[in-house]
Design a protein around this ligand. Structure first.
Ligand code: SF4
Ligand code: SF4
Length: 423
């Protein structure tokens, strides 16, 4: 019996049915840049199959082809026989971790990321860098130009960091403005709390203005996507169980998030815990309640914003919203409610921006090639604002804008709605 039989691995139907038609090649950002079969969805499926059939060693080199996948899921959507090469690449990372567990991944995704207090402590230096004016000085003295290009691009990703993480500021219950019509939960993601606090404050204000009493538990942990991206499935399951138990304390109609990545992961808890007899039904019930904020706002009667946003605005579809959750019309429709806002569609709006969580760190060259393509498309719209409901995409777009010398503001679509509502 092969040692593989003892491992958690993809089902044979996840890869055996590939008919090698090549349709997925046309939508794959990594294939578009390299035009090599191994950098394509079809190639990754073939490698996974040979590895799992024992025809190829499951070596770090083979796994690297799985890590070079951006997880954008465009191939999942187009495959005529239902193969999900993007999901398969994630599963293969998990297989590799079972064969050869990585100490640093375990420490990072088990010991730091799911522990909000440690994450807050770890980001203190960044907060000081901005709050003490060091960043301004760094730019004013032109020191930034001395950094290697990759470091410069990573520095550019940093948004203006809030004085305190939103987790510590947002009340557990935000009252509805006027008559309470809905009882909703809010899942505050790590990036939103640590980096994009003003956006999530705006999200809760927009919900409250539209009759929602918003419950935001302080003790949630990371949704699990970073750990999933690095094959740490036991860790993902632990975080899922924790978050489900947190929300079971409340009686809520829906659980809303303004982070596309968190939303897609929370919606998958049912699948992630499907084989756990104690948690399967609880996870399914939890996932059934999860909504992206734009998805939810599109289902309730909204107060018409009276303020104006005088700007030409375009939109970038986060893969975790458009592909994973099939939410794409709603953010556009919400922005079109705003008077003065001229919406212009960006070519290839649903093409990955090259972020994929950490690709700017791990696969810099591919990430920036894909990003620069996005910037050409953004520039062609003449937009002054690009909206996108994912912190990873927003950070990547900010880097692209700096790299390409553009003057475009990056914002969450719901923040624009909040601005149009005013006080
Ligand atoms: S994964 Fe799907 S789309 Fe891609 S080659 Fe195989 S069958 Fe065709
Ligand atoms: S998920 Fe995206 S990057 Fe990965 S194989 Fe599919 S299309 Fe290519």
């Amino acid at each position: 019996m092969s040692f593989l039989s003892n491992l958690e691995k993809p089902a044979e139907t996840d890869y055996l049915n590939c008919i090698r038609c090549g349709l997925c090649l046309s939508v794959c950002p990594t294939y578009r840049e390299y035009l090599t079969e191994t950098a394509s969805p079809r190639g990754r499926v073939a490698l996974a199959r040979k590895g799992l059939d024992g025809q190829l060693e499951l070596s770090p080199n083979l796994t690297e082809q799985m890590y070079s996948c951006f997880g954008c899921m465009a191939c999942n959507d187009i495959c005529p026989v239902g193969i999900h090469p993007g999901d398969l690449a994630l599963s293969m990372r998990h297989v590799q971790e079972q064969i050869e567990p990585s100490g640093w991944k375990h420490a990072l995704f088990g010991g730091l990321i799911p522990r909000p207090q440690r994450m807050e402590a770890a980001t203190w230096p960044l907060r000081l860098y901005q709050r003490l004016g060091l960043r301004k000085l760094f730019y004013a003295l032109g020191l930034r130009k001395l950094l290697p290009e990759q470091l410069r691009d990573l520095e550019a990703q940093l948004p203006s960091i809030p004085q305190r993480p939103l987790r510590r500021v947002l009340p557990e219950v935000t009252a509805a403005k006027g008559e309470k019509r809905h009882q909703v939960g809010f899942f505050l993601g790590c990036a939103q709390s640590l980096l994009f606090a003003e956006e999530s404050s705006a999200s809760t204000r927009v919900l409250a203005r539209n009759g929602c009493e918003v419950t935001t538990p302080e003790d949630v942990v990371c949704c699990g996507m970073p750990a999933r991206g690095y094959g740490q499935m036991d860790q993902v399951r632990e975080q899922a169980r924790h978050n489900i138990a947190v929300y079971e304390r409340y009686d809520l109609e829906v659980i809303i998030t303004d982070c596309a990545t968190c939303g897609s992961t929370l919606k998958e808890y049912g699948e992630i815990l499907a084989d756990d007899p104690e948690w399967a039904a609880r996870a399914e019930a939890f996932s059934a309640k999860v909504r992206d904020i734009s998805e939810y706002l599109a289902t309730i009667p909204l107060e018409k914003p009276t303020g104006r946003v005088e700007a030409r605005v375009t939109y970038h579809d986060p893969c975790h919203l458009r592909r994973a959750q099939h939410v794409w019309e709603e953010p556009r429709s919400l922005m079109k409610l705003i008077d003065g806002l001229e919406f212009v569609e960006m070519p290839e709006a649903d093409w990955c921006c090259g972020s994929a969580g950490s690709q700017l760190i791990t696969h810099y060259e591919t990430s920036t090639k894909v990003l620069d393509r996005k910037m050409d498309n953004l520039n062609s719209t003449g937009a002054q604002i690009v909206a996108s409901g994912c912190p990873g995409c927003q950070m990547q777009l900010t880097t692209g804008i700096q790299r390409n010398g553009l003057a475009v503001r990056v914002v969450h679509p719901i923040t624009l709605l909040d601005e149009a509502y005013g006080e």
